[in-house]
Design a protein around this ligand. Structure first.
Ligand SMILES: CC(C)(COP(=O)(O)OP(=O)(O)OC[C@H]1O[C@@H](n2cnc3c(N)ncnc32)[C@H](O)[C@@H]1OP(=O)(O)O)[C@@H](O)C(=O)NCCC(=O)NCCS
Length: 402
C-alpha cells in the first residue's frame, strides 16, 4: 500500500519532478545550464504530481496548444509532455489516477482534446487515447541521392539555434495550419525544440532556412554525428522540416543532400505521404527504416471535437461511442458534411473512445478498423458511409515533438 497525494506541483518543485521523470526514462538528472533551458518548457500550473511526503513519485505534465484544421479553425488541446512513475511505485494505479485527473482538469479548462507521444503502445489506449497520426523515418544514402528537378531560384542560409529561434516561431505560425494534425507551437514547445536539438552537446545543431520570392518559405533543423567515422557512418539527423511551398521543400532537400562529410541522412518522423522517392533520380537511395504511431489523441469533449472538423460529402453515419473513462461522452452521434448532432437514431457502428480517436483525423479507415475487430458493425452500409465521411484530404501528420 502506498500513501500518496496528487496535486499541482509548485514551480520550486519542477526540477525534482524533472529528475524523477528522467529517472523513469533511465536518464540522469540534468545540470544547472541545461535546467535553465528545460525549465522554459514548463507551463505554470500544468504539472500534476504524486507526492509521498516531500518526494515526487509520479508526474503527468502538459502544456496548452492548438490543433489546426484546414480553413484556419483551431481547437484547444492539452499536450501531454511527460508521464512517469518511479520504478518502485509502478503498477499500483498511480499513473491511472494522474492521467484521469489530468483529463478532468484539462476538460474543466475547456480543452477539447489531449495529445501525446507514447513511449510504449500498451499504455494509453485504456485511457481513451488512440493513434491519430503516423510517421515514417527514412534513411537516404547521400552519395546516391540526387534531386531530379533542381530548384535554382531562392537561397538557403544557415543559422545556429540561438539565431534560428528568434525567426522560426513567426515563420512556423504561417505554415501551422497547412496539414491536418499540425499544431501551434507556443514558447513552451520551442523550448522543448531547443532541448531536443541541443541534446547531444558534441553534435552541433544547425537550421537551414529557404527564402524564395515570398520571403522565408521553409526550414530544416538538423545535427550531424560522427563526421570522422573510423567505423560506421557519418549521419545527418533531420529532426524538423516544415515547408510552405514545393520549391522550399525541394530546395531544402537539395541543400541537405549537398552537406559534406555525411554518408547518410536519417530523416525522423516524416509524413507517410512525403514524396522523397519520386523526387530522386535513384528512388532506391531512400529506404524506410520505420513506420509507426506519431501522435495519440484523446477526445475529451467528443461532441465539440466532432464538430471542430469538416466532413466529406456523403450519406453521413450514426456512430455509437462507448467511453468508460469519461462517460458523459457515451452516446450516439449523427456525423455528416452538414454537421454533428447527438441523436437517438440507431447506430450503424459502435466503437470505444480509442477507436474514435483513430478515425478522427482520417489516419485510419472505419472499414480497416472493423476488419481488425475494433468496430462492431450493425449495418454494413454504415462502414462505407463512415469511410467516405471521415476521409481526410491529406494524410494527417503533426511534425512537432512535445
Ligand atoms: C508507464 C507508466 C507511467 C505506468 O505507470 P503505473 O503507475 O505503473 O501505471 P498504472 O499502475 O496506473 O497502470 C494501469 C494499467 O496499465 C498497465 N500498464 C501501465 N504501464 C504499462 C507498461 N509500460 N506496459 C504494460 N502495461 C502497462 C498496468 O499493468 C495496469 O494494468 P491493469 O489495470 O490491467 O493492472 C510507468 O510504467 C513509467 O513511468 N514507465 C516509464 C516511463 C514511461 O514510459 N512513461 C510514459 C511516457 S509516454
Amino acid at each position: 500500500m502506498t500513501d500518496y497525494q496528487i496535486r499541482i506541483a509548485q514551480e520550486s518543485e519542477h526540477r525534482a519532478a524533472n529528475a524523477m521523470f528522467r529517472g523513469t526514462m533511465h536518464e540522469p538528472p540534468i545540470g544547472d545550464d541545461r535546467w535553465e533551458r528545460v525549465s522554459r518548457a514548463y507551463q505554470p500550473n500544468r504539472l500534476l504530481a504524486a507526492f509521498e511526503g516531500d518526494d515526487v513519485i509520479g508526474i503527468a505534465r502538459s502544456v496548452d496548444f492548438g490543433l489546426g484544421f484546414p480553413g484556419g479553425k483551431q481547437v484547444p488541446i492539452a499536450a501531454v509532455a511527460a508521464v512517469g512513475v518511479r520504478a518502485d511505485r509502478t503498477r499500483r494505479g498511480i499513473a491511472t489516477e494522474l492521467i484521469r485527473r489530468q483529463l478532468a482538469e484539462a476538460g474543466e479548462r475547456g480543452m477539447t482534446m489531449a495529445a501525446l507521444h507514447a513511449s510504449e503502445a500498451v499504455i494509453y489506449g485504456r485511457h481513451g487515447y488512440g493513434v491519430a497520426t503516423q510517421e515514417r523515418t527514412v534513411i537516404l544514402d547521400r552519395k546516391r541521392a540526387k534531386v531530379r528537378n533542381r530548384v535554382t531560384d531562392g537561397r538557403v542560409d544557415l543559422y545556429d539555434l540561438a539565431d534560428a529561434v528568434t525567426i522560426l516561431p513567426e515563420v512556423y505560425a504561417r505554415f501551422e495550419g497547412s496539414r491536418v494534425g499540425m499544431i501551434t507551437r507556443p514558447s513552451y514547445l520551442w523550448a522543448i525544440w531547443e532541448e531536443v536539438l541541443n541534446e547531444q552537446p558534441q553534435q552541433v545543431a544547425r537550421v537551414a532556412v529557404y527564402r524564395g520570392l515570398d520571403g522565408v518559405e521553409g526550414f530544416a533543423a538538423y545535427r550531424v554525428n560522427n563526421p570522422w567515422p573510423e567505423d560506421g557512418d557519418a549521419v545527418l539527423h533531420l529532426l524538423d522540416m516544415v515547408t510552405g511551398s514545393d520549391e522550399a521543400y525541394r530546395a531544402l532537400w537539395q541543400f541537405l543532400i549537398g552537406v559534406d562529410l555525411v554518408d547518410k541522412i536519417k530523416a525522423w518522423a516524416r509524413p507517410l505521404d512525403e514524396p522523397i522517392e519520386p523526387m530522386l533520380v535513384d528512388s532506391r537511395a531512400c529506404t524506410t527504416q520505420h513506420i509507426g504511431d506519431e501522435v495519440w489523441l484523446r477526445l475529451i469533449d467528443v461532441e465539440s471535437a466532432l464538430r471542430a472538423r469538416a466532413y466529406q460529402p456523403g450519406t453521413g453515419v450514426v456512430i455509437e461511442v462507448v467511453d468508460t473513462v469519461l462517460p458523459q461522452n457515451s452516446g450516439r452521434y449523427a456525423v455528416s458534411a452538414d454537421g454533428v448532432e447527438r441523436t437517438d437514431a440507431p447506430a450503424g457502428l459502435t466503437m470505444d473512445a480509442e477507436v474514435l480517436a483513430m478515425l478522427y483525423l482520417g489516419a485510419w479507415r472505419a472499414s480497416a478498423l472493423a476488419r481488425a475487430g475494433r468496430i462492431s458493425v450493425a449495418d454494413p452500409a454504415a462502414l462505407a458511409a463512415a469511410d467516405a465521411v471521415f476521409a481526410a484530404e491529406q494524410v494527417p501528420w503533426c511534425g512537432t515533438f512535445f
